[in-house]
Design a binder for this molecule. Structure first.
Ligand code: 6BB
Length: 670
């Protein structure tokens, strides 16, 4: 999706744009930071030409999201439309997809499921109350925010029947595995009833870690759904079995309604209160503190500021108001960055010479990283509250891996060395302003979970932009066993708080560090794999044979290394803290783990490019289309001191990805 500089004018005026965190369909989602509030956002980027017939879907999504404001629905802040692009600026959910959370834990306990499920019921009751059916409910469409609360996303398939939700719909849409039988059969259906079926499938996935109806073959899958029979694994409580049965009723009229779910005994257990589904952020309400701050900043009267906000144009005014409100709700000061005196003119990406192609590159390559204005702000960097703060919690794909990159790429990119990272961190820490500290303090929770990116300084980034360019002009391409182009080991350089009882959940989230060790011990991984295939609890044992063959593989890999490659590996993998998308190994040698994975990928028909310890993996479909894209990064964990593998799905079916990655990691015998 190469994008012209001019097309991003509006975006860069208000946001710093970081790396891609996912893509699907015709959208790419990038991390961003709203310059005026300093708040993180997710930016969904769509190219109108690529959208083609899907353009109406985007319009539907935008219209729906403008009308929805709820604690468990992802908030839309701003829409920027150019002649070729549409940008949706959305609420930031650093916890990623519920899907990844489930697979990281294998499955959730009934208690944890209940916490999430109550939030899902709350969101759906609200969405239905506004006359919408979502029609694409699945764990990939529920994101986890920084307080570990769920946020519903992707309203592209939603419907708002003119006569109300009681009116029938005809379009069959959504993901087949979650689709109600009446949809599959092409019958007219009631949107809210179909949503309840999907919620039943979702509940099953939470409690079991796999789907009730699943098959690679679509027709077989449809038959399973229309038969409506699934197996209840032995660990389900009688209460769970009953609820699932009531939700996955073939006859939509006999299915539970969301209204009945609100105070269902299973849902109420341990809470003794029905689900609170009313919006805590109703659309009409205007917050006076936010208005005051905006009025001061804009040098306008409060009355005219209020009038401007009330237009709800989903422009910079709406975004600033909503993000300020979000700050307030999270206990942060209701403050905007001073402009223009301190650094608007000097630090705004718009004014920072970002016009250079190099600085602005968006590309097909997921790696292309745009880091707002940082490198162009040398004189002001310590004074700009948001510029030097590395509070973007999920920057894993950004600078550290870029520096190690050595793939053929049409895009110029920047890179730095580990030593520079360290120096930059020292510089950053030294020059931190009080506002920086405030920003860091409130994000401590995340620091526990997500690795922070090393900050950038203008000088170092520029220097390395040049250095990295050189690397990119001398790619080292090899062919893998599939005959596809693959880069072998050639790294370069250094290697709204919810009122549901969520405090407890946030603490649990932090404790994931411990849970993970259990969840991803080799035994557990193979159990999960077996479970997915056979439905039993799996007791697969590993023999010494696998280890022997791996050692042979490793030997082969080491022999293949050129001095340059060895140097690259010497700089080592990233050190990160345990997060739930990290699989722990029992090994302490990252190179060994890397080589084990490298030797397995071709066997699994996975094409990859390597950047240091990060493997960017792809699978291809019949028509030369990428069916799946994901990353595997070998990293060092601190507690316990073992090698971990960070996984990140970028594209493709979530469950197919789960099976494939489990397969790779268990075959690698790590
Ligand atoms: C969104 C988001 C909001 O992402 C690929 C698709 C909001 C994503 C996020 C994250 C991880 C880290 C930091 C932020 C609205 N629509 C779509 C959105 C879709 C991608 C999610 C990840 N998988 N925050 N984040 F997901």
């Amino acid at each position: 999706m190469p994008v012209e500089r001019t097309e991003h004018h509006e975006l860069f005026k208000y946001y710093e744009v970081y790396e891609t965190i996912g893509s699907g369909g015709f959208a790419k989602v990038k991390l961003g930071r709203h310059i005026l509030t300093g708040e993180n956002v997710a930016i969904k980027i769509m190219n109108k030409k690529d959208l083609g017939d899907d353009l109406p879907r985007v319009k539907v999504e935008i219209e729906a999201m403008k009308n929805l404001s709820h604690q468990h629905v992802c908030r839309l802040y701003q829409v920027i439309e150019t002649s070729t692009q549409i940008f949706m600026v959305l609420e930031y959910c650093p916890g990623g997809e519920l899907f990844d959370y489930i697979i990281a834990k294998d499955r959730l306990s009934e208690e944890e499921t209940r916490v999430f499920f109550r939030q899902i019921v709350s969101a759906m009751a609200y969405v239905h109350s506004q006359g919408y059916a979502h029609r694409d409910l699945k764990p990939e469409n529920l994101l986890i925010d920084e307080d570990h609360n769920l946020k519903l996303i992707d309203f592209g398939l939603c419907a708002k029947p003119k006569g109300g939700l009681g009116f029938e719909l005809k379009t069959c849409c959504g993901s087949p595995a979650y689709a109600a039988p009446e949809l599959i059969q092409g019958k007219a259906y009631i949107g809210s009833e179909a949503d309840v079926w999907s919620m039943g499938v979702l509940l099953f996935a939470l409690l079991c870690g796999y789907l009730p109806f699943d098959d690679d073959n679509c027709m077989v899958l449809y038959r399973k759904i229309t038969r409506g029979t699934y197996e209840n694994p032995r660990w389900l409580s009688p209460g769970s079995v009953l609820l699932l049965n009531q939700m996955m009723q073939m006859d939509p009229k006999r299915r539970l309604s969301v209204r009945h779910l609100l105070d269902h005994p299973w849902v109420m257990k341990d809470y003794n209160s029905p689900v609170a589904w009313h919006s805590r952020q109703p659309l009409g309400h205007i917050d006076e503190d936010c208005i005051t701050e905006m009025a001061v900043n804009m040098k306008r009267s409060r009355a005219s500021t209020t009038a401007l906000v009330k237009e709800w144009r989903y422009d910079q005014t709406t975004a600033t108001y909503l993000l300020l409100l979000s700050k307030k709700q999270r206990g942060k000061p209701v403050r905007l960055r001073l402009e223009p005196a301190v650094c608007e003119d000097s630090c705004s990406p718009l004014h920072q010479g970002l016009q250079t192609r190099e600085a602005l590159h968006f590309s097909e390559d997921e790696d292309a990283v745009i880091v707002g204005s940082l490198e162009f702000c040398s004189d002001y960097i310590d004074d700009c509250p948001w510029v030097s703060v590395a509070n973007n919690k999920d920057m894993r794909l950004a600078s550290p891996s870029v520096e190690k990159k050595c793939v053929y790429s049409p895009t110029p990119e920047r890179g730095r060395t580990t030593a520079q990272h360290r120096q930059e961190r020292r510089d950053r820490d030294h020059g931190q302003t009080s506002e920086n500290k405030e920003n860091i303090a409130v994000q401590e929770t995340d620091v526990e979970i997500f690795a922070l990116p090393p900050p950038r300084t203008p000088a170092s980034s520029k220097k390395n932009a040049r250095a990295n360019k050189k690397v990119l002009t001398t790619p080292n391409q090899n062919a893998n066993v599939n005959g596809t182009k693959t880069n072998a080991v050639t790294p370069k350089g250094g290697g709204s708080a919810s009122k549901e009882p969520d405090k407890k959940r946030a603490a649990e989230f932090k404790e994931l560090a411990n849970v993970e060790i259990l969840a991803f011990s080799p035994e557990r991984r193979s159990r999960s794999l077996d479970m997915a295939v056979t439905g039993d609890s799996g007791k697969k044992k590993r023999g010494g044979k696998v280890f022997g063959s791996l050692e042979r593989g490793l030997d082969k890999m080491i022999t293949m290394l050129t001095p340059g490659k060895k140097r690259a590996l010497r700089d080592g993998p990233r050190k990160i803290k345990v997060q739930y998308n990290v699989t722990l190994t029992s090994q302490t040698n990252p190179d060994q783990v890397l080589n084990q994975i490298l030797s397995i990928l071709p066997e699994k028909n996975v094409d990859f490019t390597q950047k240091g310890y990060t493997l960017k993996c792809r699978t291809w479909g019949d028509f030369g289309k990428v069916t799946m894209a994901f990353e595997l990064e070998v990293c060092l964990l601190q507690r316990p001191e073992v090698v971990g593998i960070r996984r990140q799905r970028l594209k493709g079916d979530a469950w197919v990805y789960k099976h494939l990655v489990e397969d790779i990691l268990s075959t690698s015998s790590i």
